[in-house]
Design a protein around this ligand. Structure first.
Ligand SMILES: [Zn+2]
Length: 138
């Protein structure tokens, strides 16, 4: 299983922390967060898009915690899901696609030909926020 450090800091389209906000559905210290990530709105007309993320980790939350993740966005599906699943780091949540989804069986030859490990910008944002908060508490 991959560690949080193996996943964050690699998505060049991640943007900055203050571009997003997260509404948390479920969280428990011992290893689970589920929430929806929304791009911050600038005007009433700019509603942004919302994606559901699930993050499951082992033990105390740290940069080197083993982690399983998923996001409902297209980038996660097209680029990261296959590779993360191979590493045992794909979390199959309620709102996620079924296991027989093509993005789990067909390698991302166009979108991620070198099979790099990483996550979409939504997970990048939440994972970063999570470990920063935890580091601050120590
Ligand atoms: Zn995403």
């Amino acid at each position: 299983m991959l560690k949080i450090n193996d996943l964050i800091g690699k998505n060049k389209k991640a943007g900055t922390f203050n571009q997003y906000k997260i509404r948390i559905f479920r969280y428990n210290k011992s290893g689970f967060l589920s929430g929806v990530v929304v791009r911050k709105v600038k005007t009433d007309k700019d509603l942004g898009r919302a994606y559901t993320v699930n993050i499951k980790w082992g033990g105390q939350l740290k940069h080197d915690s083993p982690v399983q993740v998923s996001c409902t966005c297209a980038d996660f599906s097209a680029r990261w899901r296959y590779v993360l699943n191979k590493h045992g780091s794909y979390y199959v949540g309620k709102n996620m696609f079924a296991l027989n989804d093509k993005s789990l069986t067909d390698p991302p030859v166009v979108t991620n030909p070198n099979m790099e490990t990483g996550v979409c910008k939504h997970l990048e944002f939440v994972l970063n926020a999570l470990v920063h908060v935890t580091d601050g508490i120590k």
